[in-house]
Write a new protein. Structure first.
Length: 206
């Protein structure tokens, strides 16, 4: 109940604004189509003013672009690992063959590229992608490698729903993190005490 109450209060602050909300909500870029390239990379990000934190991201310093794909499309990915360690990319919640799923058995070594391809079998919905390397999933996700997947289909297109990304349809990646005295992310940690949305602490959305 405590977690639900905290989330409720946080969402009220996000939508309504607050004296504590000082930072505009970061909206990840999008990638769409049937040929998509993702580059996993090291970076730095300023969660706190004047402080640089070591991070990992996809096509940037933190998080990854929102992928917008269509049901029944055949999609090809080029996943480049520019990290200095092995990782994977897993399409969480999607119906994908084991060879293309990006679990612990499908690793991407540093400076190597992985080329999964599959037909989108899922109905319209929101899914996400993230590393799934054995014993390092927590580290890579906590440092920033995570992104949303939006699947569109004909049924969803006929519904009277907002769907203009960044204008009336907003992605929300809600995370908690623990920082040390130097404002570096602590992994692993059982004492996360900072809540953020889209890598933004105390965000507001106009």
């Amino acid at each position: 109940m405590k977690k639900i109450r905290i989330l409720h209060l946080f969402l009220l602050q996000l939508v309504g604004g607050s004296l504590l909300a000082q930072t505009p909500l970061f909206i990840p870029d999008t990638l769409s189509g049937t040929s998509l390239e993702l580059t996993l990379q090291n970076g730095t990000f300023s969660f706190f003013s004047g402080q640089n934190t070591t991070t990992m991201g996809v096509n940037g310093d933190i998080l990854g672009p929102t992928l917008i794909i269509n049901k029944d499309d055949f999609v090809n990915f080029k996943v480049n690992n520019q990290l200095d360690e092995t990782t994977t990319i897993h399409w969480h919640g999607m119906h994908v063959s084991a060879a293309n799923d990006g679990g612990p058995h499908t690793v991407i070594e540093p400076l190597e590229t992985w080329n999964p391809q599959f037909t989108v079998m899922d109905k319209a919905g929101t899914y996400w992608y993230h590393p799934h390397l054995h014993e390092n999933t927590n580290k890579h996700v906590s440092l920033g490698i995570a992104g949303l997947i939006i699947v569109r289909d004909d049924e969803e297109a006929n519904l009277d729903l907002p769907r203009t990304y960044g204008l009336d349809d907003f992605p929300l990646v809600i995370q908690t993190k623990d920082f040390d005295v130097n404002k570096q992310i602590v992994v692993p940690s059982n004492s996360d005490d900072v809540v953020m949305v889209n890598a933004t602490i105390d965000p507001y959305l106009n």
